[in-house]
Design a protein around this ligand. Sequence first.
Ligand SMILES: [Zn+2]
Length: 479
Amino acid sequence: MMIFRTCAVFAAFFLSLPTASEAQSNGGNSAVTVTVAPEESGNWSVVYSFEEPQAVLAFARSSNDYREATWTLETDEARFGRVAGVDVIVFDDEVREAKFSIIPLTSSLEADYTPFVAFTDGSLAIYEGQFSLIPFDSLDDVEALEGDLEASDRDPIAMTIKVASDKKIIVDGKIAGSRLSHAIKGDGTYIYMGDSNIEPFDSFVAVLDKTLPAWLGERFDDDLEQIFSEFERRWGFKLKNKATVMLAYKGGQGQKLSATGGALDQLLMMEVGGAALNSEDPDTLSYLKWFFAHEAVHLFQSEKGIQFSDDESAWIHEGAANTMSYSLIAASMGERGEQFLASVYSNAFDSCAAALAKGSLETVSKRGDFSANYACGDFIALATDGFLKRRTLYEFWDSLVDSAVSMEEPRIDADLYFTTMQLAGATGAQRRQIRRIVEDKQANPREALTKLLEDADLNPQFSAGGQLISLDWPDYSAE
Ligand SMILES: [Zn+2]
C-alpha cells in the first residue's frame, strides 16, 4: 500500500523559472566559456576561460553546500571556498582561467536541480546552471549579501558551456552534434548524453531511460498526454513550444518510491526509482501521475516568461501547482478520487500546521522547511479560489501572470498576489487573513488554517482525532 506521505518527496520538488532577461543572446562571443569533460578517475574537469581577468566570482546557485566536498580547484592563482553561504572563487590579478576537478553530484538537492542526473541505462544529463557565476568587485560585497544572492542586482556573467561526447547529445529538444557549444540562458537547462531517441508526442517530446520498468514505459506517454491535454483545457491555452520530458530511472532498490524533479524552460527533468516501481500498482501510479502533473503545471505557469522568487514566495507557485495537480489526478480516478484527496490533504494539513508553529510561511525556506511551501501554499490556493467571486484558480492565475508580464521585471511575488486577489474581488479581510499566515508566526496554526478554510467556504471536516478528513474541493473537471 502506497502512502502519500513521503515528505522527502515533497521536499525534493522545487521550481526555478527562466529569467526573462536572457544572460546573452547566443553563443560565440560570450565572455566566459566553461569546458566540461570526464576525467579517467571518474571525476569531471570543469575549466573556465575568461576573456577579461576576474576579481571575485560567486556561484549563482549556492543555496546548497555540496561544492565544498566535491569541487577541487586546481588553479594556483585563485582560491575557492564557501563564504557566508555562497561558493566563491577569488582570483589573483590578471588571471583568466580557473580549473576544477569535480566529483559529479548525482543526488538530489533541496530546492535546486540535481547537478548530474545519472540514468540507469548509462545516459547522463548535466545541469548547466550549476556552472553559472556572478561577478563581484570584492569578497566583502559577497559577504554583505549574507547568502541572499537574489538581493544583489548583479546578473550572472554570460557563459557558453562546451561538452563533447561519443554518445548522442540532446539539448533544447534537439539532437546536437558530438561537440556542443551552448549558451547558458537564465537558469540553464540539461544537456543529455546517451543512446535514447527523442520520442515525439502531441504535446511534448520525451527522452526516456531505456531501463524503465515495462509497465511504466508502456503507459507513460498516454498518461502524460492526458495530463497535458487536460491542463491545456483547464488553462485555456496550449504551450507555444513542445516541452521536453526527460525521465531517468534510478533503479528498483531502496526506499519504496522516490520521485524528484524540476521544471526548467520547456524542460521537465524527472527522476523516479524505488521498489514500489517494480510492479504496477494503482496508488503508485496515481502518485507518479500527480508528480508529473505538478511539474507540468510549472510549464503553464511560466509560459509567458515570468520569474518566481525561490524563497519567501515559493508558496505561490508550488501551492497552486499542488492544488491543480491534485484536483486533476483526483478527477481521473473516479470514485477513488475523494479518498486520494482526503489522504493527501490530511497529511498536508498536519505538515503545514507543524511548519507554521515554528514561524511564518515566508520564512520556511530559510528554516530548511521548504516542503511547507507545497502544503501551506496548497491551502492558500484553495482559499484564494474560495474567496474569488468566480471560483476559478485558473482565471486568477491568468490575471496574476498578465499583471506580472506587464511589469518591467516580470516577477510574481506576494504583493502582486494580494493585489491580484483584490482586483478579482477578494475583500481586505480575506486578503489579510492569508497575509497573516504568510507573514506572521501563528500562535495556533491549526486554528488559523481551519478558520481560513471555513471562511473560504471549503467546509473542512475533521475526525475525532483531529485529522482533516474532507473539504469541499473545487471541481475543474468540466468547465
Ligand atoms: Zn513544484
